[in-house]
Design a binder for this molecule. Structure first.
Ligand code: AP5
Length: 317
């Protein structure tokens, strides 16, 4: 897909199109034969509107704004991808600190599904430990091979692999600038302690509560679209077209047998993790439809954001 950046300061300045080649690469093109000389330069800044995914690029006196608001890319963190690819600083227009959110719950409780909705509304950077591990497996590295052995048994991947992986991702500028949404991490006391030691403290710990029979049904019916990354369920969230249905894949650990192992691991660790965040935990009824689950989360995040804005206003006043 592409995002048009239209000059709003000077009609003489050419418009710019950012095209997403895939989740990591972009191409920049302009309506003139060359990109404006100011792009990208060290004094260019990319602004992200807090309430949407719209972008503004400032090149000296020229100001470019994305014509579509909000926009989506085939994969997550579209604006973050742009910031990273251009190697320029993201500056936020908000005058309050971005949210830092943790979401937890048993396997298939709906963490990934809710993260998509949260990310879309609040613009947080989604960091999912399971996705980081699957990406490592895809590289064929030794760490990836070892991680897969644990994931196939439904066990936690050792800390020496996962702890630094998550820390490094949270330290990236997009997570610092936009706030983060940490999914499926920490899953043990040692991970929670390490995270605290690195100085990462969430504002809220969301716990999705779902009964066990529903979890098994959700795991067995889950399918993924390798092209868009979208999560489907054969019964609750079926693919929109036959073309999508034909390309859906199933995760290697999404069998009834393996989910039982994953559930055991979850039960062994959940209380220890909860004890670290009990003051900021919000329990959500995850047994209902994804829209109803999101309504509960949205209400908690909105009130947190309002408190933060009010606090920031009173400091400024
Ligand atoms: P990970 O990938 O994190 O798996 P998980 O925790 O088992 O969670 P899932 O991704 O299975 O489910 P989800 O809660 O995101 O549910 P989803 O939204 O997809 O971890 C995999 C493995 O990696 C672990 O077993 C472990 O080995 C390793 N690992 C991960 N983190 C680690 C860590 N910190 N340390 C060490 N090892 C780690 O939804 C599921 C299905 O239900 C979908 O089909 C969806 O469409 C459907 N659905 C969702 N919500 C609803 C709803 N409300 N109503 C109806 N259907 C719904």
């Amino acid at each position: 897909m592409s995002v048009n950046m239209v000059a709003v300061a000077s009609m003489a300045t050419p418009s710019i199109t950012i095209s997403f080649t895939n989740s990591k690469s972009l191409t920049l093109s302009s309506s003139s034969s060359q990109l404006p000389s100011c792009w990208p330069s060290s004094n260019s800044t990319l602004r992200r509107h807090p309430s949407s995914c719209a972008l503004t690029l400032r090149c000296g006196a020229a100001v470019f704004a994305s014509s579509s608001s909000p926009f989506t890319s085939p994969n997550s963190n579209s604006s973050s991808v742009i910031v990273a690819a251009l190697g320029i600083d993201a500056q936020s227009e908000r005058d309050y600190e971005p949210l830092q959110v943790m979401i937890s719950g048993a396997p298939a409780s709906g963490k990934g599904t809710q993260c998509e909705l949260i990310k879309h509304k609040y613009g947080l950077v989604h960091v999912a430990a399971g996705d980081l591990l699957r990406a490592e497996i895809a590289t064929g590295s030794d760490n990836g091979k070892l991680a897969k052995q644990y994931m196939e048994k439904g066990q936690l991947v050792p800390d020496h692999i996962v702890v630094m992986m998550v820390k490094d991702r949270l330290l990236k500028p997009d997570a610092k600038d936009n706030g983060w949404l940490l999914d499926g991490y920490p899953r043990s006391l040692s991970q929670a302690t390490a995270l605290k030691g690195f100085g990462f403290q969430p504002d809220i710990f969301i716990l999705l509560e779902v009964s066990e029979d529903i979890l098994v049904e959700r795991v067995v019916g889950r399918r993924l679209d390798p092209v868009t990354g979208k999560i489907y369920h054969l019964k609750y969230s079926p693919p929109e077209t036959e073309e999508i249905a034909a390309r859906l894949t199933q995760r290697f650990d999404d069998t009834e047998e393996k989910v039982k192992l994953r559930l055991n691991t979850h039960h062994q660790n959940v209380e220890a993790v909860l004890s670290m965040y009990k003051d900021i935990t919000v329990k959500i009824n995850g047994n209902v439809s994804k829209e109803e689950v999101f309504a509960q989360i949205d209400s908690a995040l909105t009130s947190l954001l309002e408190q933060r804005k009010a606090a920031s206003g009173s400091v400024a006043a």
